[in-house]
Design a protein. Structure first.
Length: 135
């Protein structure tokens, strides 16, 4: 079993990529939420990410949840103030799931680009190797 740090980091990026795509597609309804602070998660090499927590009301029910998006501590301190109201985007089918930025991050585009590049390179290599495999 491969336990190298690069594999673990790759898994984290894959999960984050899937999570970001899901959230961008599903979280459609714009409402206001009150920023209540954040939860911190630590990864390998002392890297941490923050998940902002918001309180909001959707269809008469009050929610206090953390966002499906992570943000760096630097961005969080620069952009967010506890107790203030910000627009958020809720998944109407699962209102406990929401995002606070309805945009694609540059890192997401870069990861998708390189993923497609490596996948297509692997497919081309496989097809070029097929004649040698079945001699």
């Amino acid at each position: 079993r491969d336990r190298s740090p690069s594999r673990g980091l790759g898994d984290v990026y894959k999960r984050q990529l899937i999570n970001d795509v899901y959230a961008l597609v599903r979280c459609k309804e714009k409402i206001n939420g009150v920023y209540c602070g954040y939860n911190t998660y630590y990864g390998g090499n002392a890297v941490s990410t923050q998940a902002p927590v918001f309180e909001y009301t959707y269809q008469g029910r009050i929610y206090k949840e953390q966002t499906a998006q992570n943000i760096s501590y630097k961005q969080l301190i620069k952009k967010m103030r506890e107790g203030e109201t910000y627009p958020i985007y809720v998944d109407p089918k699962h209102p406990a799931v929401f995002i606070f930025q309805k945009k694609i991050k540059l890192s997401f585009i870069v990861i998708v680009f390189f993923g497609i590049l490596f996948l297509s390179g692997g497919i081309v290599t496989l097809f070029e190797a097929l004649p040698y495999l079945f001699r």
